[in-house]
Structure formats: structure tokens, C-alpha cells
Design a protein around this ligand. Structure first.
Ligand SMILES: Cc1cc2nc3c(=O)[nH]c(=O)nc-3n(C[C@H](O)[C@H](O)[C@H](O)COP(=O)(O)OP(=O)(O)OC[C@H]3O[C@@H](n4cnc5c(N)ncnc54)[C@H](O)[C@@H]3O)c2cc1C
Length: 386
């Protein structure tokens, strides 16, 4: 039924170290005006790459830092950008290219702060690193970038190569794939929330989501690779029911699942729980999900829009409201998938799931724990949370 992802064009294998340069086909906002979030639908062309993927996989994007930020760092350190340096593979490049593509000058890391404290002996930084100051240190790092550190504790560097010791490597970011190749053989879709916030008097953007939001129009290219996830696949048995909990961008892989079913690759009865802040602005892919519900591809859809009423309603509340039916599906062998926020949503959904089993099996909380453990062992309680 499903085949494993491969990524070849003749002898070329595209991976994290050798990404494919994919052209952006589409980059549009999904959230409506007035939404507190900016979530985008992005399509990348796979061209002749031969890249394949399956629902449940993620796309890895190698971001670059914005030119203005690179310029400011160069200026602050009194470098021109033309200084020769060696990248992490020992290849010769220049400092501007290194600061653009290799080094993490966005989000400030503790490692950088520690190294800069040693380099500058600045009393404020030294104080933050004293034992017992972890909360203060975390608060300092939150919302700051390398440039903020340079401004707070100015100092020069003799050898630009030192920056490779001071700064972490700019890492790729993963995005759950929101398309099925059975419907879109030549492209890969992503659903990206742009990280954007104000701190210390400046507007900040997430390195990668900010680039996708502001500097990735249709026609430009992005380095991409497929990150396979065999632990988030649809059931091999095409008749097994599937329960999907995916608020916000967590809905991305479930759009891929539904496209896979639409393409005729399985009959899986499907139940989706989706949530976000407001129905009018934040119901991502609303037309598509409603059409799938109308034509029977999606069997059930339960939504939770937290800000549409005086009290907050989340997907976990919908899981609780539908506990009896949920138990019937689980008892029939349904797979239970959760995607999205790892901090609050996923643990709360797990609690709601345990309560549903405890109550409606009629066998209490200990049995619910055993049932969940068995589901995990059978690989039918699957989470892709971040
Ligand atoms: C398997 C997997 C799948 C994923 N799928 C998706 C997906 O489908 N869609 C999606 O959008 N994302 C997804 N992500 C998350 C994604 O990979 C990135 O982590 C996300 O886009 C942020 O990366 P960035 O480079 O834009 O931000 P970064 O530059 O890494 O910045 C994020 C950091 O900014 C800081 N920050 C954020 N908000 C604030 C604030 N208000 N105040 C102060 N500081 C703040 C925090 O330190 C935070 O860690 C997924 C992650 C994983 C691991």
C-alpha cells in the first residue's frame, strides 16, 4: 500500500548535507486579516529531482539569515565581510557568506553567551552565569539575538574564524509535509506559522519561518530535503479507523493523509479534531476540510475555536465531549494521531484520551494506562509534536 521514501536522481541523493534547490511555486497566507497569527501555505517544485515522500514525513529547509542582520553584525565587529574563513567542512568561504548561511546569529544561545562572557569579562554576563541564576539566564536569552549581545557587551574579535567557535551552526528547520505525492507527484506542500514578535524595541522574526514569510516569493529557490518519519504513517491496513488531533499547523500531516485517501490509497474511516483561535480567521484549509467532510473522505470533523466565546475551548475539550464515541473507535482498533504543540496541547490531549478510556471502558484509570501502553506498543498512538 505505502512505499518508503527515496530521494534519487540518477546517482544524486538529496539529504540534509546535499539539499535539493527547489523552486517556490506558491506562498500564500492561510490566516485571514485580523488573525493574531500568520500561517502560510507553501508549495515547492520537486522538478526532476526524483525526490519522493510519504504522508507523515517532514520537509527540511536550510534557512539563511537576512542581509540586514548580517550587515549589522559585520559593522558591529568592524569586519567588511570579505575576510576569508573556513566553513564547518573546512571549505574556504568569506565571512559574509558564513554569517548568511552557516552561523546562527538569530536566536541567542547559552553557549554563545558563555563564550562571549569569557571573551569580554563583562560583569552583567558573568553575573548571569553564576550558579543559581538559571532563570535569569533563560529570561535574558529569551527574545534576544547575537546583535543584542554585541550591543550590550561590545568587544572586537581579532580573527573572524573565532565566530565559528562562538556561534552555533545554523540548523535546518523541519515542517510537516501537508501534501500527498499521490495527488501532487511533482511538489511538496508545507503549512508554516511565521514566528514574529517584538522584543527590546525591535521586530523579530524566526530564522526560517521569517524567511518563508518575508523572503521566499514564488520563483525563488530554497534548499530542501525530506526527513522521513516511519513512526507517523497511516495504518498499513486500509480499513483501520484513524483519529487525528491537529490544531494549528498540527493539521498539516492530516491534510496529507486526507489527500492520500482521496487518491484512493486506502479506505481508512477518518475523524479530525482541529482547533485554533477563531473560526473566521484561523480555520486553515477550511474549504478543503469541509469538502472532504461533504464527500465522505473525512467521516467526522470536530473543531474548537478558543477565542470565539467568552471561555476558551480547545481540541482536548472536544475530545472529552466526544469521549463515548472516541472509545468506540479506539475499541475497534483505531489509530490515534497527535500533531502540533508539545508543551500544552499534546499532554492535555493525552489526559483527555486516558479519561475517555477510563470512563467508557468502564474499567477505570489503571486500565486506561494499560490500554495506552498497549496502543503505544502496537504503534497506534502516534505523536509528531514540536
Ligand atoms: C518534526 C517537526 C515538525 C514541524 N512542523 C511544523 C509545521 O508543520 N509548521 C510549522 O510552522 N512549524 C513546524 N515545526 C517547527 C519548525 O521546525 C520551527 O521550529 C519553527 O518554524 C520556528 O523556527 P524559526 O527558525 O522560524 O524560529 P527560530 O529562529 O528558531 O526562533 C524561534 C525562537 O524564537 C524565540 N521566540 C519565539 N517567540 C517569542 C516571543 N514571543 N518572545 C521572545 N522570543 C520568542 C524562542 O526562543 C523560540 O525558540 C516543526 C518542528 C518539528 C521538529
Amino acid at each position: 500500500m505505502q512505499t518508503e521514501a527515496t530521494a534519487t536522481l540518477d546517482s544524486t541523493v538529496y539529504d540534509r548535507k546535499h539539499p535539493y534547490s527547489a523552486t517556490v511555486l506558491d506562498n500564500r497566507i492561510l490566516t485571514g486579516s485580523g488573525s493574531e497569527k500568520e500561517t502560510r501555505h507553501i508549495e515547492l517544485a520537486l522538478g526532476q529531482s526524483g525526490i519522493t515522500y510519504l504522508p507523515g514525513d517532514s520537509a527540511g529547509i536550510l534557512p539563511t539569515n537576512p542581509c540586514a542582520m548580517v550587515d549589522q553584525v559585520l559593522q558591529n565587529l568592524s569586519f567588511t565581510g570579505n575576510e576569508p574563513v573556513k566553513d564547518f567542512y573546512g571549505e574556504l568561504t568569506d565571512l559574509r557568506a558564513a554569517l548568511t548561511s552557516w552561523l546562527m546569529i538569530g536566536k541567542l544561545s547559552g553557549t554563545t553567551l558563555r563564550a562571549w562572557a569569557t571573551h569580554t569579562n563583562h560583569p552583567d554576563l558573568t553575573a548571569l552565569l553564576q550558579p543559581g541564576n538559571k532563570d535569569k539566564l533563560d529570561a535574558y536569552l529569551w527574545g534576544r539575538e547575537f546583535l543584542d549581545l554585541l550591543e550590550h557587551a561590545p568587544a572586537k574579535i581579532e580573527d573572524p574564524q573565532q565566530l565559528f567557535k562562538l556561534l552555533p551552526r545554523l540548523a535546518p528547520r523541519l515542517y510537516s509535509i501537508s501534501s500527498s505525492q499521490a495527488l501532487y507527484p511533482d511538489s511538496v506542500h508545507m503549512t508554516v506559522r511565521v514566528v514574529r514578535y517584538e522584543s527590546y524595541g525591535r521586530t523579530r522574526l524566526g530564522v526560517c519561518s521569517g524567511q518563508l514569510g518575508e523572503r521566499a516569493p514564488a520563483g525563488c529557490t530554497l534548499p530542501v530535503f525530506i526527513h522521513s518519519n516511519k513512526l507517523f504513517r497511516l495504518p498499513d491496513d486500509p480499513d483501520v479507523p484513524v483519529i487525528m488531533v491537529g490544531p494549528g499547523t498540527g493539521v498539516a500531516p492530516f491534510r496529507a493523509y486526507l489527500q492520500h485517501k482521496q487518491a484512493g490509497l486506502g479506505r481508512w474511516p477518518m475523524w479530525l479534531f482541529f482547533g485554533d483561535q477563531r473560526y473566521a480567521q484561523d480555520f486553515l484549509y477550511r474549504d478543503e476540510f469541509e469538502a472532504w467532510l461533504a464527500n465522505g473522505t473525512l467521516n467526522r470533523l470536530d473543531t474548537a475555536f478558543s477565542r470565539d466565546q467568552a471561555f476558551k475551548i480547545y481540541v482536548q475539550d472536544r475530545v472529552r465531549e466526544n469521549a463515548a464515541e472516541l472509545w468506540r473507535w479506539l475499541d475497534q482498533g483505531a489509530y490515534f494521531y497527535v500533531c502540533g504543540d508539545s508543551q500544552r496541547m499534546a499532554p492535555d490531549v493525552e489526559k483527555a484520551l486516558l479519561d475517555a478510556v477510563a470512563t467508557h471502558s468502564g474499567r477505570g484509570p489503571d486500565y486506561a494506562q494499560e490500554f495506552l501502553a498497549a496502543m503505544k506498543k502496537q504503534k497506534r498512538y502516534l505523536r509528531d509534536v514540536y
